[in-house]
Ligand binder design. Structure first.
Ligand SMILES: C[S@@+](CC[C@H](N)C(=O)[O-])C[C@H]1O[C@@H](n2cnc3c(N)ncnc32)[C@H](O)[C@@H]1O
Ligand code: SF4
Length: 396
């Protein structure tokens, strides 16, 4: 095994590429699970962890997917024991994504006992017709039941994912879903507008003219989201992310306050948006380690074959120029309400936003999309709505 670098990487993402069934809108790499392949994946993931453990001391860990909660008790225990043996447990924030149909008290307790302290539960909607329309495997009742189970198992940091601008969703339905979801009292809320990803059934239906996209309605829904989340005590810190801000004994992430994001923000994602390094394991996962981006094969069979031979399953490696990297980092960071403090940007990237992107920032400020102050550039509320277009101006 290689010797340990002086500054190991502090962030770990693990992709679990299995789902009970594929949702109509989803383009993430995952497939319907088959017992044998899941077992093989679990073994291969442990090999992959062994290969990078010498360069990893996670402060944040995130198991996403796919549906990590689909792994059974035995499989979870085996992965977590390996992580323990390799010194990879004990992250300050350890999140596992769960589908409400696959949460059980035994599993939740097991995760908690190994130091998982945050759950991200994918709800999407609380309207039965829309859940069905999206191809979700869970019902609204399962959401309420699973949320209770998570609390019972000791999780005091839970995120809920919702989607809006779903075909067939009215403003009234969205209003009701938001009210019910916020009444659960989670610590965090992520809410995404539907993206029509190529190669998904929903995209094919759009192209076939089965429904239209209503941009004005989507804007009204976004405004409703921001208003209701704020009235429920959440602070928005990124286009799609809202968290509670609590200063009380035992609260995790006190340093996030200093970074101008709420204390219950997802620290793992803040690291992405701030251009930090992270390892990405599992099929299709991307990693970004000391300026080098890697992407694993999006093929679970191939992923397992490589690791069974003792090799990492990397399909591609890319090293961007310093300016290209800084541009990407600028673009990611602008998704956050706090934008970029010029000094922090320079510390992270070695580049000065005011030297490389002054014209672009002035242009955005003149359009009403950006706000330039002596120490910082950030997008306005209007700019955040069009952050992807704004961000493109920074890519070099
Ligand atoms: C990759 S999914 C994983 C969550 C988990 N597998 C589940 O859905 O039960 C993470 C989140 O991305 C969002 N998402 C996935 N595809 C999307 C799309 N096409 N448009 C908008 N949001 C999407 C959903 O809110 C989802 O909860
Ligand atoms: S949204 Fe989640 S559950 Fe649905 S297919 Fe994608 S990864 Fe799987």
């Amino acid at each position: 095994m290689s010797s340990s670098p002086a500054w190991p990487i502090e962030s770990l993402y693990v992709h679990v590429p299995f789902c009970a069934q594929k949702c109509e809108y989803c383009a993430f790499y995952s497939e319907a699970s088959s017992g044998e392949l899941v077992g093989r994946y679990v073994g291969s993931l442990q090999r992959e962890l062994e290969l990078i453990a010498h360069d990893l001391r996670p402060r944040t860990t995130f198991f996403g997917g796919g549906t990590p909660s689909l792994l059974n008790l035995r499989q979870w225990e085996s992965v977590l024991r390996t992580m323990g043996r390799l010194g990879l447990l004990g992250a300050e924030e350890f999140t596992v994504e769960c589908n409400p149909a696959t949460v059980s008290l035994d599993k939740a307790k097991l995760l908690r006992s190994f130091g998982v302290n945050r759950i991200s539960m994918s709800v999407q909607s609380l309207d039965e017709v829309l859940l069905d329309r999206l191809g979700r495997v869970h019902s609204r009742e399962m959401v309420f039941k699973s949320f209770d189970i998570l609390r019972q198992a000791g999780f005091d940091d839970v995120n809920i994912d919702l989607m809006f601008a779903i075909p067939g969703q009215s403003l009234e339905i969205w209003h009701a879903t938001l009210q019910e979801a916020l009444a659960l009292g989670s610590e965090h809320l992520s809410s995404y507008e539907v993206i029509y990803e190529e190669d998904t059934p929903l995209y094919a239906q759009l192209k076939a003219g089965e429904f239209d996209v209503d941009e004005d309605l989507a804007c009204d829904m976004y405004e409703e989201l921001v208003a209701q989340a704020s009235a429920a005590g959440f602070r928005q810190y990124e286009i799609a992310n809202f968290a509670r801000d609590e200063i009380q004994p035992g609260t995790r992430n006190p340093d996030l306050g200093a970074r101008n994001v709420p204390t219950r923000a997802c620290r793992h994602n803040v690291n992405y948006w701030r251009g930090g390094s992270f390892y990405g394991l599992g099929p299709s996962a991307t990693g970004y380690v000391r300026g080098v981006r890697t992407k694993n094969w999006s093929n679970t069979q191939l992923y397992c074959e490589q690791l069974e031979k003792g090799q990492r399953a990397i399909e591609s490696t890319e090293e961007l120029s310093a300016l290209g990297r800084a541009g990407e980092t600028a673009a990611f960071g602008l998704r956050m309400n706090s934008g970029w403090e010029f000094d922090e940007f320079q510390r992270v990237t070695g580049k000065d936003l005011r030297e490389e992107w002054q014209t672009d920032m002035t242009n955005l400020a003149e359009r009403g999309w950006g706000r330039l102050s002596p120490h910082r550039f950030q997008l306005t509320n209007q700019g955040l709505r069009f952050a992807d277009t704004a961000a493109e101006m920074f890519l070099r």
